[in-house]
Write a protein that binds this ligand. Structure first.
Ligand SMILES: *Cc1c(COP(=O)(O)O)cnc(C)c1O
Length: 487
């Protein structure tokens, strides 16, 4: 098999390694602070990794949003961007790239993914509506709620199982979809939303077979399908790897097939295309016109949509590069490698590996910490202390309180370590695995957290917490004893 269609290469020793199929031509210096300084930094940041300054962060694994590496061709393209309020050539190049990659010719530019969600929700969702989806994303749900609708998550029973060998945990449950339509009627369902590589449940893909089933049900009732394509490159890669019918298809064919099944496609190009910005596309003139007039109102004129034309140029190049297997396989390849290594060490991690990051199950990692003391938040803070790497809490800290002031406990307590596309090397990845291994062996030393300053809305962004005991100092003391130095 050609290396281009694999994400790893076999060494003479038998080891399978995700070799980088790119070279580094622009670099940024990183800082690995001594552990005492890391402890001081996380205290200063209220045990919340969002509040760390990057000068104190070694590997920034907070998110893959706007943090991916751009290619030489993308950077070069930014120099011939066409600055014009209306009719910019940069927009026409973006439009033509979208047609080539997603097969849709009516294009609306927007400043980022959530802006596309605002337009789609404003155009189609009305009070009392229900939007079925395989899983929600935070900003998607917010926009549907704001327009008076609600979401209905109809993922399969497999979706939330941590350790699984199900290749398509992102599939939508067809029986639940039929039941939902029978219950609400098509009048209350403005569209069915499919999210490629479901972000919040471990970057898990759906299959084209599942999409076709969804299409069949949608057609029976005359309901449209909207695809969130922010993580579509990886979903297409997983389809090629895991769905037999497409083993010999090109990524471009798979992308066109996926988008061809859906009526409207929108995306955050902070993820797909490794730039910043976003877009909405369709081949349906009537749907297009329902959305078009909202773009100048909320985003900007129809040929820039709130984006810098330099980003528009780089997006056009980046979208074409999404059809290159060596580009889109890098992040899933490194994630797959990391997940398998962590699993071998007995560390509870979401399997199979998905898109965007590695997700560690904090409830199994820290069974001694009750959910009311935020095990995923504690794990994120502890991992920063012992490695200088910052991940993101995706658990009860990211949830809210009920009317009595009690935490609404989240379904899963996850620490997400994002792998921005083509940013980290294998030795950095091995460092992450090694420090996680040490932390797992010393997990009994980790204690819980409590809020000391808690905003009412989206508390996870700027809320401040503290350790419930002196566990961080004990963790640091053990680390120094084991490593004999402070890095
Ligand atoms: C990131 C993301 C969004 C929102 O995009 P932004 O550019 O951050 O506004 C929407 N949907 C999914 C699936 C995402 O991953």
């Amino acid at each position: 098999m050609n290396l281009n269609s694999k994400s790893s290469i076999k060494f003479y020793s038998g080891e399978e390694i995700p070799v980088e199929l790119h070279k580094v031509r622009i670099v940024q210096k990183l800082h690995l602070r001594p552990i005492d300084e890391r402890l001081a930094a996380i205290r200063e940041g209220g045990f919340n990794t969002f509040l760390l300054s990057t000068k104190d962060v070694f590997l920034d694994m907070l998110t893959d949003s706007g943090t991916n590496a751009m290619s030489d061709n993308q950077l070069a393209s930014m120099h011939h961007a066409d600055d014009a309020y209306a009719g910019s050539q940069s927009f026409y190049r973006m439009e033509s790239a979208i047609k080539e990659v997603f097969g849709k010719s009516l294009v609306l530019p927007v400043h980022q993914g959530r802006a596309a969600e605002n337009i789609v929700a404003k155009a189609f969702v009305k009070p009392g509506d229900v939007v079925p989806m395989n899983y929600h994303f935070t900003t998607t749900k917010a926009h549907i709620d704001l327009n008076g609708g609600e979401i209905a998550e109809i993922f399969t029973d497999q979706a939330l199982i941590v350790k699984s060998n199900n290749p398509f945990k992102g599939n939508l449950d067809i029986e639940k979809l039929k039941a939902l339509i029978a219950k609400y009627g098509k009048e209350r369902i403005p569209f069915i939303r499919l999210e490629a590589s479901t972000n919040l449940i471990g970057g898990q893909p759906f299959s084209i077979a599942n999409m076709r089933e969804v299409r069949k049900v949608a057609d029976q009732h005359g309901i449209i399908i909207v695809l969130d394509a922010s993580l579509i490159g990886e979903n297409a890669w997983f389809i090629k790897q895991r769905e037999a019918e497409f083993a010999n298809s090109s990524i471009k064919e798979i992308l066109q097939t996926m988008c061809g099944i859906c009526d409207i496609v929108y995306f955050s190009s902070r993820k797909v295309s490794s730039t910043r910005g976003g877009g909405i596309c369709t081949n349906n003139k009537e749907l297009f016109l329902k959305m078009r007039d909202l773009v100048p109102l909320y985003e900007g004129f129809l040929t820039y949509g709130g984006m810098s034309v330099r980003e528009v140029e780089a997006m056009a190049v980046g979208l074409i590069e999404t059809t290159d297997e060596t580009v889109i396989s890098q992040s899933p390849g490194f994630i797959d490698y990391t997940v398998k290594e962590l699993d071998k060490l007995g560390i509870p991690v979401i399997m199979p590996g998905g898109a965007l990051g590695v997700h560690i199950d904090a409830m199994q990692f820290l069974p001694h910490i009750p959910q009311t003391e935020y095990p995923a938040g504690a794990l994120a803070a502890a991992f920063y202390i012992v490695s200088g790497c910052r991940g993101m809490e995706r658990g009860t800290v990211s949830s809210v309180r009920d009317e009595n002031g009690n935490d609404i406990l989240s379904d899963m307590e996850l620490l997400r370590l994002a792998f921005p596309r083509r940013v980290f090397t294998l030795s950095q990845t091995k460092f992450v695995i090694d420090r996680m291994h040490w932390l797992y062996k010393n997990r009994d030393l980790i204690g819980g957290l409590k809020f000391v300053d808690e905003p009412k809305v989206l508390r996870f962004f700027v809320g401040r917490l503290d350790a419930v005991s002196d566990w961080p100092e004990k963790l640091v003391a053990k680390y120094k004893a084991d490593f004999g130095d402070s890095l």
